[in-house]
Design a binder for this molecule. Structure first.
Ligand code: MBD
Ligand code: FE
Length: 309
């Protein structure tokens, strides 16, 4: 079929814009919405999108909201990845280097986890059958100096691939803690090696991924927010080395610098490190940069879950 005349599309866009009153509303919202409508209408013409297809989209969008899956869809469609790529590019323009790479937050953070100094144990309830993990490292500034008093917030899923709060069968803040670095800038925590995550079966994200011929799974990973006064908030994750999905993450969060080695320490050697059982050991430092006007901010003020909300 012949594509609609551009003039017909443009006239419709102008009609819609003509109802906006100058000086009213928000100029930034007007700019963004008008641009998105322009791109959308052109795509509808190019791809000959039908009325039936449009209403399938509307129904899917409605259901996705009811399911609270929009955060997951932003991750799965690579939108959250793209904003990281954009901010990386902006950092590069600003000459910012030698930092721990950012990677997406994802939709499963909960604010207000229990805080401790230097060390934390992440299990509020014991996870049966898990491989013990001790992870530690230093928070460092741009010169490599340790940053005492930095806050390392950490969260990961259990062996079912589920996160506390979103999985109401787990106790509050299970596998979620905030650790304040000690006088040497060091943090350490005791937990276990988590497993990967998969989107809720038959949910809106899962349905879309299937239609795209994709899977909706993530490799095993651990999330972090690192904050300290005057430093830019760092949002990142580490991957558990050896997961088959390490470089096949539906959320595109893996970065080679974020896959630290996992060292297996035997029960005998564990004693030398002051631990009472064999464990997997991960050492990982967080290299922070100062908050700067010329570079993107670390905080985005998205709405986040908390026990009160
Ligand atoms: C997760 O655990 C996650 O980290 C992301 C980004 C998306 C879905 C589930
Ligand atoms: Fe996650």
């Amino acid at each position: 079929m012949k594509r609609m005349d551009q003039a017909v599309i443009d006239k419709t866009l102008e009609l819609i814009k003509s109802q906006e009153k100058a000086g009213e509303g928000n100029e930034r919202v007007k700019e963004i919405i008008n641009r998105l409508l322009e791109d959308l209408f052109n795509a509808m013409a190019d791809l000959d999108i039908t009325s039936e297809e449009m209403w399938i989209a509307c129904d899917w969008l409605t259901q996705a909201g009811k399911n609270n899956e929009w955060g997951l869809i932003f991750a799965g469609l690579g939108i959250e990845k793209f904003i990281d790529v954009k901010m990386d590019w902006e950092d590069e323009q600003a000459g910012i280097e030698n930092k721990t790479p950012r990677t997406i937050e994802g939709p499963l953070y909960v604010a207000g986890s229990p805080e401790s100094h230097g060390y934390a144990e992440l299990e509020t309830e014991v996870e049966e059958g898990a491989e013990r993990l001790y992870m530690s490292g230093y928070v460092r500034d741009e010169q490599g100096n340790p940053v005492p008093g930095a806050k390392v917030e950490v969260w990961h899923c259990n062996l079912k691939g589920l996160y506390s709060y979103f999985d109401s069968t787990q106790p509050d803040f299970n596998l979620r803690r905030a650790i304040i670095t000690d006088a040497n800038g060091k943090y350490e925590f005791k937990s276990f090696l988590p497993v990967g995550y998969s989107c809720p079966p038959n949910g809106s994200t899962d349905t879309l991924m299937s239609l795209l011929g994709r899977h909706g799974s993530r490799p095993a990973h651990i999330h972090f927010f690192v904050t300290a006064p005057d430093f830019r908030k760092l949002t990142t994750q580490i991957n558990i080395e050896g997961d088959p999905l390490t470089y096949d993450d539906f959320a595109f969060a893996t970065r080679p610098e974020l896959v630290p080695p996992v060292v297996r320490i035997s029960a005998e050697d564990a004693a030398k490190e002051g631990k009472d059982e064999a464990f997997a050991k991960i050492e990982f430092d967080f290299n922070m940069v100062k908050e700067k006007e010329i570079a993107p901010a670390g905080e985005n003020n998205r709405k986040r879950a908390s026990l009160e909300a």
